[in-house]
Design a protein around this ligand. Structure first.
Ligand code: FAD
Length: 577
């Protein structure tokens, strides 16, 4: 048995019982894929031994592979496999260092390049293992007045390994960017079964690396050639949106003008398809001491894009939104919502009364927009909030259907944040006879196209309203929307709609030069659409890149490269909850 063979050499644990395999067959996607075995490695030697073991078997023609998994909150099927799951949350869960001194870079020129590219200056850094839950890192950073700003809405559930491998982003991405903007160094065990510390290189260091013998030198040489040979096509392929998690980000690796070659930019967001990540050094920023929230209720979507444009000069840290259906679900499931909020359930319950009355009167706004501003000087911030609120009220005088509330304290804010962050988790498993079906859950277009694109997407979904209802939440500041259909996945006819609707929606998104995924990544659900998004030349370069990094296709096969619609359709679970 495979598990017995692995037990011979692994210091960590090996499980192949039915309960374990069933648990690891699922993430938060619509898929169910049963692994052969789940391993819980204890140290880097375990990772090296696993890769060497699998490489030997692969070379002998066996169908075997390794798929990393941290917290398993992926919505794409990314951590699901028929091979070996390598679980990092059990043992690789240490915060190794937190510093309030910015990380050293190989050269000051490189620091300037990075700040120019990312628009952020590090106030410090954290060195973490992949199984560290974000909530634990957040606690420690907050105590030191620091913030890792590229966290997802799943911040209380997910871990750093998945955040790096999915290139996660969230409510603060508008102001601070995504995970790719904070990765300073990554350590992973790659296809040669050895540990590699990857960081940006330039000048003599890059020259030395390109001349190095062995797997790493070879990889740098080959990738350098691949990027140089296809330089213009690769740069032109970069999606014209503020955030993207689709494909391999070849355009970010090398820049002829700056001379910086940064392989971390390829590994971030690669869904574990290049190796097993065991350590990440991440930049962090200074935490602003105070925040204030302005809540805007829009009766319809007519003015949503204009409103975003109006508030952007106030430099909000977040512009988030959710729709009437999300609010209705939150009102229906208010007990669970309150469970996610800290405090006395009874007194919190009263906070929902205005929304309950709104639902009863049928007057629920179509979109609820949250605009957050932050600062260190509370008095100044309160002034800013009044100006922001005043300017929206002025706008509302000439644009119908807009109401605004300036919230005075954090307690009041909590309800809105909980609904926004927990909307998917709330729907998941709580709607009788309907499963959450994230498959068009993360598209993005430039914000100026948002009001053309949303009605077109709604019109597509409305054609199928006999079989689905859906909620919309998102990041209108970036033009990024999370549409979560609720459908009966036990019905094969309904399951068959998933590829059909995906195709129709993505055609619209790509007409507007958007991306099929801004944050959640490709996984099983979107890998088959990458060619439609990038065209055959760039997808062939993705395949070549994968081959250079992982010649035996050992790491998370079928994600990013080689995934088919048939595999995707065959593995949709008859029940997503
Ligand atoms: C309620 C909810 C809300 C969400 N909101 C957001 C959001 O706002 N923004 C966003 O970006 N995402 C969001 N997500 C998706 C998901 O939570 C994030 O992408 C998260 O960062 C994944 O972290 P994880 O540790 O759970 O990753 P996992 O699910 O464990 O893994 C994610 C991917 O990384 C790979 N991987 C993980 N660890 C390793 C490792 N050590 N080595 C190699 N490969 C590895 C896996 O194979 C998989 O492909 C949401 C999910 C839920 C359930």
């Amino acid at each position: 048995m495979l598990a017995d063979e692995i037990k011979q050499f692994l210091h960590g644990d090996v499980e192949a019982d039915d309960a374990t395999l069933t648990k690891y067959s699922r993430d938060y996607s619509i898929f169910k894929v049963r692994p052969q075995v789940v391993v819980f490695p204890k140290d880097v030697d375990d990772l090296k031994a696993l890769v060497k073991f699998v490489a030997q078997k692969k070379a002998a023609g066996e169908d075997i592979s390794l798929t990393g998994r941290s917290a398993g909150t992926d919505m794409t099927g990314g951590p699901l496999t028929q091979g070996i799951v390598v679980e990092f949350a059990k043992y690789f869960n240490h915060i190794k260092q937190i510093s309030d001194i910015p990380p050293e870079l190989p050269s000051s020129a490189m620091a300037k390049v990075r700040i120019a590219q990312d628009g952020v200056e590090d106030a410090g850094f954290a060195v973490v293992e992949p199984g560290v839950y974000f909530r634990d890192l957040e606690k420690e950073l907050t105590a030191k007045g620091l913030l890792y700003p590229a966290f997802p809405a799943s911040k209380d559930l997910c871990a750093l390994g998945g955040m790096v491998n999915n290139n996660s982003g969230g409510e603060k991405t508008l102001a601070y960017g995504k995970t790719e903007n904070y990765v300073r160094e990554l350590s992973l065990v790659m296809a040669d079964g050895e540990d590699h510390a990857i960081k940006p290189l330039a000048g003599d260091e890059l020259k030395a690396k390109l001349a190095e013998p062995g797997f790493e030198g070879n990889l740098y040489r080959n990738l350098y050639k691949l990027i140089n040979d296809n330089y213009d096509a690769i740069k032109a392929a970069k999606p014209d949106v503020s955030k993207n998690s689709a494909g391999y980000y070849l355009w970010n690796v090398y820049d002829r003008e700056t001379g910086v070659f940064d392989l971390t930019r390829l590994i971030v967001g690669s869904q574990g398809t290049f190796g097993l990540l065991h350590e990440a050094k991440l930049g962090v920023v200074k935490l602003k001491k105070h925040s204030r929230l302005c809540v805007v209720f829009l009766k319809d979507l007519t003015w949503a894009a204009d409103l975003v444009e109006l508030v952007l000069p106030f430099k909000p840290e977040s512009i988030e939104s959710y729709d009437d259906k999300t609010m209705e679900v939150a009102v229906k499931l208010w007990r669970q919502v309150l469970g996610s909020m800290k405090g006395n359930i009874f007194s919190l319950g009263f906070q929902f009364l205005p929304e309950v009355f709104m639902v009863l009167r049928g007057g629920m706004p179509k979109m609820i927009m949250l605009i957050e501003i932050t600062g260190d000087d509370e008095e100044k911030l309160v002034d800013e909030l009044a100006k922001l609120g005043g300017s929206i009220k002025e706008f509302a005088k000439t644009h119908a259907g807009i109401q605004v509330r300036e919230l005075r304290n954090e307690k009041e804010e909590q309800k809105y944040w909980t609904i926004r962050r927990e909307s998917f988790a709330l729907l998941h498993g709580n709607m009788r006879g309907k499963d959450t079906a994230p498959f068009i859950d993360d598209f993005i277009v430039k914000p100026e196209y948002m009001m053309e694109v949303l009605p077109k997407v709604n019109a597509i979904l409305d054609k199928y309203k006999k079989d689905l209802i859906y909620t919309i939440a998102g990041h209108p500041g970036n033009g990024n929307f999370h549409i979560i259909p609720l459908m009966n996945l036990s019905d094969p006819r309904v399951r068959a709609l998933i590829p059909v609707i995906s195709d129709e929606v993505y055609k619209v998104i790509l007409q507007y030069h958007g991306s099929i995924t801004a944050e959640h990544n490709d996984g099983i659900i979107r890998t088959p659409f990458l060619e439609e998004m990038y065209g055959p030349k760039i997808t062939a370069l993705f395949a070549e890149t994968k081959k250079l990094c992982d010649p035996l296709d050992m790491f998370n096969p079928g994600k990013k490269v080689g995934g088919t619609m048939k595999y995707s359709e065959d593995h949709i679970s008859a029940s997503a909850s």
